[in-house]
Design a protein around this ligand. Sequence first.
Ligand SMILES: CC(C)(COP(=O)(O)OP(=O)(O)OC[C@H]1O[C@@H](n2cnc3c(N)ncnc32)[C@H](O)[C@@H]1OP(=O)(O)O)[C@@H](O)C(=O)NCCC(=O)NCCS
Length: 223
Amino acid sequence: MLRTAWFLTSKALVTKRIGQNVNLAHFGKCYICSLTKKNRMSRNNSCDHAVNVRVLRRRDFADLVNNYYSIYDEVKRNPWVGIDLFSEKPSLKDERKWFRDTLKQIAAKTELVLVAEVNGKVVGITDVRNKTPQQEQRHVGVVGILVLEGYRSMGVGTALLTELIKKAKTEGKYETLVLSVFGNNKHAQSLYRKMGFTQYGVLPNGIKRFEQYTDEICMYRKL
Ligand SMILES: CC(C)(COP(=O)(O)OP(=O)(O)OC[C@H]1O[C@@H](n2cnc3c(N)ncnc32)[C@H](O)[C@@H]1OP(=O)(O)O)[C@@H](O)C(=O)NCCC(=O)NCCS
């Protein structure tokens, strides 16, 4: 509640450059310099630290694999981390294949992938891909997103989705975006609602992890 009020009052005061560099202080407390609302007021409401949102590059592979592997460690501490997981951590060979396939999909224009980079390190990824290979649902894109632990709740997810939504319409030619989210993942649901997504369905107990259940929530957004 407090965070939202602060975000709204600071919104007009900080320059936002979505698609190139987005000042992290625009979205909340900056994790690099710990700039808070109070000391931002005395420093002209800004700091120089920024998240760069850009398209995926070949050299992102190592960071992306590390980020994805870190989820397999995180799930031991936080069983409900909101990403679907394989029963075993994929091998490096599997990851190379995933990356090659992703690059092919991008070249074929059936997927758009953006990453968020902070100080030269990739800390987040989002993508939109065709729902099916057939033509009838070519206008519907399926969205995914992951921000590395330690970089969450700082506006990175907002920056990624803001840019993805823009590109999904102009470059991807999608007309509707869909996604599914764990029923107990309130953080992700807040982000999606903030970015204009609306719930259109629920699969009760659609998700089962470690013998416990949560609903699968389906959301959409018109472009
Ligand atoms: C869900 C996720 C993508 C959100 O990205 P993020 O960078 O943390 O999100 P943001 O900092 O931009 O916050 C977006 C909104 O989420 C909400 N939010 C932020 N931190 C929150 C928290 N700790 N708890 C609940 N809601 C929170 C707020 O509404 C916030 O908007 P506001 O700051 O304008 O009030 C990220 O946390 C993540 O990758 N989590 C693990 C994987 C995952 O769940 N992926 C989604 C799969 S469906």
